[in-house]
Design a protein around this ligand. Structure first.
Ligand SMILES: NC(=O)C1=CN([C@@H]2O[C@H](COP(=O)(O)OP(=O)(O)OC[C@H]3O[C@@H](n4cnc5c(N)ncnc54)[C@H](OP(=O)(O)O)[C@@H]3O)[C@@H](O)[C@H]2O)C=CC1
Ligand SMILES: N[C@@H](CC=O)C(=O)O
Length: 344
């Protein structure tokens, strides 16, 4: 099976996904009988390219190497430049639209419109952008069903670690009464760095330089990113109907290096937690920093690594530990969603 893919947003994750396809397309074809043609890329400032016959990976690579944009991609028959995201969805021959633009958890836009336009045209949507899942999960899921396409978003929670697919598929039949986790790579990395005397500002700059942080890192440090993930987990796994107003949210911006040192002296460690409680179908969630005993399994999780514990009635506590952010890890989440479409 050959997937024709359009990428909207060619920042860290877009390029992480592109590099994976460039390196692994042949082995994926051999092992899984699927391959990926990138036919369109649309980005605000890096430029936009489309070719019905597929774009040339080596030409994309060399243009990126020149100055980080697509402007140096050389001409070829069938090449179209300059389509914006909307035109790409309308005109591209892609059967999968990959939505990797900025997350806006307040409005979900413009990504909700991108999803609706793609799904209404019979295109599958794969995304790591949390906005549309936080704001419009039920509507988009319904629209996807009506149009006979898939709407997949594994990378929205814990990047390439299967925090959604694992419970949906392999914990089926359990009642999950609680989900509790460290769900943001940026802040966990910052808290780990701050415990080694690195300042809050330097720790944030480091997380940004490594591609973990949101375009506006306020979303990370004020907890809004975790709040979005709590809503996604609650609504997708537990059939909740939570909105941002339902989830009290406190981030780490008030925590100082002194607080972290004082906790260490008490053998404790500060962690930013996202928690969802499910009492017989009444689903609630919150986000706040908590001072954990060093013996708590979540206290051991450092750097951009995340962890999530599902409290299940049949299988007991199951904890998943893995990357919470990162461009290759999140690029992998896009790949696994596309391969899942191919399998079904
Ligand atoms: N980085 C990570 O570890 C993870 C990220 N995510 C999510 O994945 C998405 C992508 O993340 P990441 O790649 O790190 O973010 P970046 O900020 O690096 O990239 C986003 C890209 O989208 C482009 N863009 C924004 N709006 C539009 C638009 N309307 N049309 C076309 N292009 C647009 C930007 O253009 P411009 O060239 O102008 O900047 C930028 O290149 C985000 O929603 C993020 O929340 C999810 C999990 C992990
Ligand atoms: N900014 C987020 C990226 C993934 O969702 C994080 O740091 O976890």
């Amino acid at each position: 099976m050959k997937h024709k893919v359009a990428i909207l947003g060619f920042g860290g994750v877009g390029q992480g996904f592109f590099n994976i396809v460039k390196e692994k397309n042949n082995s994926i074809q051999t092992l899984h009988d699927q391959s990926i043609d990138i036919v369109s890329i649309a980005d605000l400032s890096k430029g936009s390219l489309h070719n019905d016959n597929g774009l040339d990976f080596s030409k994309i690579n060399s243009s990126l190497k020149t100055d980080g944009t697509l402007h140096h991609y050389s001409d070829e028959p069938g090449l179209v430049r300059g389509w914006d995201a909307k035109t790409t969805i309308e005109n591209s021959n892609a059967d999968v639209v990959v939505e990797l633009t900025y997350t806006d958890v307040e409005t979900g836009q413009p990504a909700i419109d991108h999803c609706k336009a793609a799904i209404s045209r019979g295109k599958h949507v794969v995304m790591t952008n949390k906005g549309p899942v936080v704001k419009a999960y039920q509507d988009l899921e319904k629209l996807a069903k009506e149009n006979g396409v898939q709407f997949l978003f594994e990378g929205t929670v814990m990047s390439g670690t299967p925090a959604l697919r694992m419970p949906l598929q392999t914990l089926m039949g359990n009642d999950i009464s609680q989900i509790r986790g460290i769900l943001n790579g940026t802040t966990n990395h910052m808290l780990s760095q701050m415990s080694t005397d690195i300042s809050y500002e330097d720790a944030l700059t480091d997380a940004q330089s490594k591609g973990y942080a949101e375009a506006d890192p306020t979303n990370d440090v004020e907890g809004y990113d975790v709040q979005g993930k709590v809503i996604i987990l609650a609504n997708v796994l537990l059939r909740g109907n939570l909105t941002r107003e339902d989830v009290p949210c406190q981030g780490i911006s008030d925590l100082t290096s002194k607080d972290i040192q004082e906790a260490a002296e008490e053998d404790k460690v500060w962690k930013l937690l996202g928690v969802i409680e499910n009492h017989e179908g009444r689903v609630k969630g919150y986000v706040r920093p908590e001072k954990l005993e060093k013996t708590d399994p979540l206290a051991q999780i450092t750097g951009p690594t995340n962890a999530i514990t599902y409290n299940c009635d049949l299988s007991g506590e199951i904890t998943l530990v893995g990357a919470g952010a990162g461009i290759t890890e999140t690029g992998f989440a896009v790949l696994i969603d596309i391969l899942t479409i191919g399998r079904s």
